[in-house]
Write a protein that binds this ligand. Structure first.
Ligand SMILES: Nc1ncnc2c1ncn2[C@@H]1O[C@H](COP(=O)(O)OP(=O)(O)OP(=O)(O)O)[C@@H](O)[C@H]1O
Length: 610
């Protein structure tokens, strides 16, 4: 059992408060601390209250006519005077608040209902759904909205709610584009892949991990769009469309405009009400955007720099298709006995220069309980090989194989959904970048418990107990506190331990680790490798470890596959490879990365003698 790590691992965890609620509180607190935020929200609360309490606040029926009140000046009984038909201006203004807000609400609800789900689907699934969604959105923007509104008004006899639904339809492309672009920006984040590898369904990933990132921009957009919807509604009523008997602010402005020279106050009141509301919404939206972006931009820049550094390391140019077409590799175990077996695996990518093959028909296998290292320089195709095992290639990549056996089953014959079901059960994955593989908006506890409940059908208490056990097993000294922490509160080594805990929680028979120590400090690297070695031995899992470092191979592996430019140049047990590697490239790699390290078998032999 791994001893609890106390310094680098536990040192950076925050106190026992629930950081999720404190983060939420602090965003709200930061928003309200800004004068613009406090004033705009106070004004909007007041306006909403006036709208809701209109029946009680309004001194008179807004449509009741009292001829003695015609164009009356403000008086104690009628604080804003009377209009040209002898109706109480204050009462009409109060009821107008309700009508105006209702109109904006209908338009926004329509735009959100149409724009957000379609934007989510287009951004997340891509392909035909994306193309059709974008086409409809572009087409809607090209249609002259005002003409359609006039047609709807004429054919529905100025039905106000229908008109506002039509306004909402024309606002939906704004939500569609915003949602789609936000989803596109997170769709390829490592933590989305990690959720997929943990076995979560697309619907669940979308509901839990993607929608969260969309909420903040949608709220900001809604504040700004509400002002636009009100302006549009007032404009329509000002033109005499959609007013009817409803005392909306736009209709009141229309009346006031006609008598502007003689009774300017009749234009002033509704204009003030509309102006103040739209201004408050605009200020609220932009303040909210400020407050939220102050928090997220700092984080995402840091994340982006990390990702950019990782990507910069993978620069080698892909070879042209057919450059190396021989099947490379060899088989040591019968298919049904293999933990994993790839037969003639090819990976191709659609690029601007056409289709490029980056893995050229490789064949390899891993026996149950075996540790297989996949070694090679940057760009040699190691990650593409394991991504193909996991069915985790990016959208532009395609893998084909004569067979891919996992747990005695040829998974190329399974449907995508059935194949996804193996993830988290049969095969677990430990990624290269621990931090980017954890969703920054959820606690560690949630991220460990969610797949255990969704994929393994555990009840909440059972999943929590398993998660705590797993954290303890990977050497985290205070699992309960770690469960309450957010990813940014963990050190890199601790985050990697959390991901290892998640990968083994479903007791997979194969564990795939893609350069699991690259992003970690040297001292932590050794601890994590030691942990992997212990877990693999205790559970008898097959371990496939991708690395460019022969030191790691010497430390951990039984057998090694050496890859170069998408092909396997050598496969052998570790001891013979170190003793007399056949391929000059293997010898070069060993010379470059090994600094007097001893192989696992030598170390094991020493342990036995000790
Ligand atoms: N999305 C992509 N589009 C086109 N080519 C790609 C894509 N992803 C990877 N490749 C190419 O595939 C080849 C193999 O990449 P792979 O990521 O498997 O390398 P690797 O050996 O894992 O390297 P590293 O150790 O840097 O991760 C590289 O030439 C790379 O440029």
């Amino acid at each position: 059992m791994t001893a609890p790590i106390t310094d680098s691992v536990t040192g950076s965890v925050a106190g026992a408060v629930d950081p999720r609620s404190s983060t939420r509180r602090s965003t709200l607190a930061r928003f309200l601390r800004r004068p613009a935020g406090a004033i705009s929200s106070a004004l909007l609360v007041l306006i909403v209250l006036i709208a809701v309490l209109a029946p009680w606040l309004s001194p008179m029926d807004p449509n009741a006519v009292d001829l003695s009140l015609t164009r009356a000046l403000p008086s104690p009984e009628h604080p804003l005077g009377g209009d040209t038909s002898g109706r109480d201006v204050l009462s009409r203004l109060i009821w107008g608040t309700q009508i105006t807000l209702w109109g904006a609400l209908v338009a926004i609800a329509t735009a959100v209902v149409l724009g957000v789900p379609s934007g989510l689907a287009a951004g997340y699934t891509g392909g035909a759904v994306d193309r059709i969604g974008t086409w409809i959105s572009d087409a809607l923007q090209a249609v002259p909205g005002m003409i359609i509104l006039l047609i709807v008004a004429a054919s529905t006899r100025n039905e106000f709610t229908l008109l506002m639904i039509t306004v909402g339809v024309f606002m939906a492309p704004g939500y569609f584009r915003l949602t789609r672009s936000t989803v596109l920006s997170v769709r390829n984040e490592a933590y989305i892949d990690a959720a997929r590898v943990a076995g979560l369904t697309n619907a669940r990933i979308m509901g839990r991990h993607v929608i969260r990132t969309v909420i903040a921009p949608i709220v900001i957009q809604t504040a700004l769009t509400a002002g636009m919807a009100m302006g549009m509604q007032a404009g329509l009523q000002f033109l005499g469309i959609g007013g009817g008997t409803t005392p909306g602010w736009g209709a009141a402005m229309n009346e006031g405009f006609r008598v502007m020279r003689t009774d300017p106050l009749l234009l002033l009141w509704p204009s003030l009400a509309l102006g103040i509301t739209i201004a408050a919404l605009a200020v609220l939206g932009s303040t909210l955007a400020d407050v939220i972006s102050v928090k997220t931009v700092t984080l995402s820049r840091r994340e982006k720099r990390r990702i950019a550094a990782a990507h910069a390391a993978a620069g080698a140019a892909p070879g042209p298709i057919g450059a190396t077409t021989t099947t490379t590799g060899s088989i040591s175990v019968a298919a049904v006995d293999s933990a994993v077996r790839l037969e003639n695996l090819r990976v191709t990518y659609e690029t601007a220069d056409g289709e490029v093959e980056v893995v050229h028909g490789i064949t390899l296998d891993v026996a149950p309980g075996e540790v297989l290292g996949i070694v090679g320089e940057s760009g040699s195709g190691k990650s593409q090989t394991v991504f193909s095992m996991l069915d985790l290639l990016p959208r532009s990549g395609t893998s084909t194989a004569d067979a891919i056996w996992i747990g005695g089953e040829d998974v190329t014959r399974l449907s995508r959904a059935d194949r996804a079901r193996l993830l988290g059960h049969e095969i677990g994955y430990i990624p290269q970048e621990p931090m980017t593989n954890l969703d920054p908006s959820y606690t560690i506890g949630y991220q460990l418990i969610e797949p255990l409940r969704a994929v393994h059908g555990m009840r909440k208490a059972e999943a929590r107990t398993r998660a705590l056990e797993m954290l303890e097993r990977v050497g985290i000294a205070d699992p309960a506190r770690t469960m309450r922490s957010y990813p940014h509160e963990l050190s890199g080594g601790m985050a990697q331990r959390v991901l290892i805990a998640g990968a083994i929680a479903g007791r997979p028979s194969v564990l795939v680790a893609d350069e699991p120590t690259t992003a970690l400090d040297v001292t932590v690297q050794a601890e994590v490798l030691e942990l992997l070695r212990e877990l693999q031995r205790e559970d008898g899992m097959a371990l496939v470890i991708v690395t460019h470092n022969f030191g790691v191979v010497a430390d951990l592996c039984d057998r090694v596959v050496v890859m170069r430019s998408g092909s396997i140049v050598e496969i052998d047990d570790v001891a013979p490879i170190f003793a007399h590697a056949e391929h000059p490239y293997t010898r070069e790699l060993i010379a470059a990365s090994l600094d007097g390290a001893e192989s696992r078998s030598e170390l094991d032999a020493q342990e036995v003698h000790a």
